[in-house]
Design a protein around this ligand. Structure first.
Ligand SMILES: [Mg+2]
Length: 475
């Protein structure tokens, strides 16, 4: 089943009085609960994120103003929860496949847990996903497929989607959640205090001695331009010493794995193409998994074309192409209006729309140029169809890297220089993450970002030093 977009509806209209102030605005790690919840939904890749506000709306809505959240106002919030369900569902785009209905008072919910709802839906094929505590209790949030939206919108009084669970028990898949605190809600001032204490006691350090494999970004981590960065050789030595599996990954779709092997060779590092995973190769493998032998119209350079051909896909770049199964879009320095027109027509005729990477810009020496994300935006605007993205922070690229190594997410370290791609991709899959500050991200930029790496290092060299110091070698 292909990845599809799942929306989030945050039900934040209630007017509880137990806390002496609006519960939506209680502090959670320096943010308000509503801001924290919206950030979690956004980090999980849910789209759109809709927040339904009602009581204290004039205080709550401004908190969300600078975030990619659609705020809708429920003027009838006093009629109960059902009026907020109606308001949220009415705001969803018509093509929405499913929505996760979140409440504003479960701050221990993580982007990873929300991703697992989507994975559970795909593997079970069920229309309702309900999380379950270790002692078998069903909890919130709940995912509903779009076929339930009309019925949810018709509910009245102070009831939520829970009333549908009994009626449609056959269509429920449960999602086991190990930590009982995860689903706990901020119901009373006492629960709030306990949850805050618990959160504080679980700040974890990078679990170096549990790391068995590595997924590492290249540009800004291993090198800048053509200059190797400090730590490159220490890292490869460490991988050799420990016999660790690794994959170098990149969202850059225009170069081939062979070109990266050569680039590393120039820097004195020997590796092979199996250790390089570009967004183009991951995209081609994804298409070949979903649609073996498909006919593909591609935008993008050699990196895209070669990758598709290597997977036995039939590539076509003729501008009068017809009978195409899939349109693949990668960054293209020879992009023309004619290519966009062909892709638009094919997508409207029903071809699946897949894109290598979502990067909006491409850095130039003194400015930026449109990146693949800008090309995708043009096609999405023209067709009204959302692209399936393969590169970071979408999960497919990292999933492919994990599969190649036969590695588990929780024992695989992600290293990268960008919060919004490298680190967020790891957060979504529940992987430990290390940010290095030799590329895009700096300490200033981290202050306002909800995306938190497990650990931050000034450079790869400092990371490797810490790693060597932390791990006891068992002989
Ligand atoms: Mg990078």
């Amino acid at each position: 089943m292909p990845e599809s977009t799942v929306a989030s509806i945050i039900l934040a209209a209630g007017g509880g009085t137990r806390f002496g102030e609006a519960k939506q605005l209680l502090d959670w790690e320096g943010q308000s609960l509503i801001a924290h919840t919206a950030d979690t939904a956004w980090m999980a890749g849910l789209e759109p994120v809709i927040a339904v506000v009602g009581a204290a709306a004039d205080a709550v809505a401004p908190v969300l103003a600078s975030r990619p959240v659609q705020v809708v106002r429920n003027y009838r919030w006093e009629e109960g929860l059902s009026s907020s369900l109606f308001t949220g569902i009415a705001a969803l785009p018509t093509e929405t496949d499913a929505a996760i209905f979140m409440s504003v008072d479960q701050p221990r919910i993580t982007p990873r847990l929300l991703q697992r709802f989507i994975e559970r839906r795909h593997e079970s094929g069920r229309g309702i996903i309900v999380p379950q505590t270790p002692d078998g209790q069903p909890g919130n949030p709940v995912l509903f497929a779009s076929r339930y939206f009309p019925e949810l919108a018709r509910l009245t009084g102070d009831v939520g989607g829970r009333v549908l669970l009994e009626r449609y028990a056959d269509d429920i898949a449960y999602l086991p959640v190990d930590d009982p605190y995860t689903l706990m809600d901020v119901d009373t001032p006492d629960a709030y205090r306990r949850m805050k204490d618990y959160a504080g006691s679980h700040e974890r350090a990078l679990p170096f001695d549990e790391i068995r494999s590595l997924i590492c970004d290249m540009d800004g981590v291993l090198w800048r331009g053509d200059t190797p960065l400090p730590g490159l050789h220490d890292l490869t030595a460490l991988l050799d010493d420990r016999g660790m599996e690794y994959v170098w990954v990149t969202n850059n779709s225009s170069r081939t794995p062979g070109e990266y092997v050569q680039k590393l060779a120039h820097m004195g590092v020997t590796t092979t193409e199996e250790h390089i995973l570009t967004a183009s190769v991951a995209t081609a493998q994804y298409v070949a998994d979903q649609r073996p032998g498909a006919t593909v119209f591609s935008i993008g350079g050699n990196g895209v074309r070669e990758a598709l051909a290597a997977e036995g896909l039939i590539c076509c770049d003729e501008l009068n192409a017809s009978e195409i199964d899939v349109v693949v879009v990668g960054w293209d320095q020879q992009l023309t209006w004619q290519k966009l027109a062909t892709a638009t027509r094919l997508i409207l005729e029903g071809a699946t729309f897949i894109a290598t990477n979502p990067d909006l810009t491409f850095p130039l020496e003194s400015s930026v140029a449109p990146g693949n994300g800008a090309q995708i935006a043009a096609l999405e605007a023209a067709t009204g169809v959302k692209a399936q993205i393969i590169g970071k922070p979408a999960p497919p690229l990292y999933r492919k890297a994990l599969a190649r190594m036969g590695a588990a997410p929780d024992t695989t370290l992600v290293v990268g220089d960008r919060l919004d791609t490298d680190i967020l991709g790891g957060v979504r899959l529940g992987m430990p993450t290390a940010l290095v500050l030799t590329g895009i991200a700096d300490r200033e930029g981290m202050v306002g970002s909800p995306i938190r790496p497990t650990a931050v290092f000034d450079s790869l060299a400092v990371l490797i030093e810490a790693w060597r110091a932390a791990v006891t070698v068992h002989v």
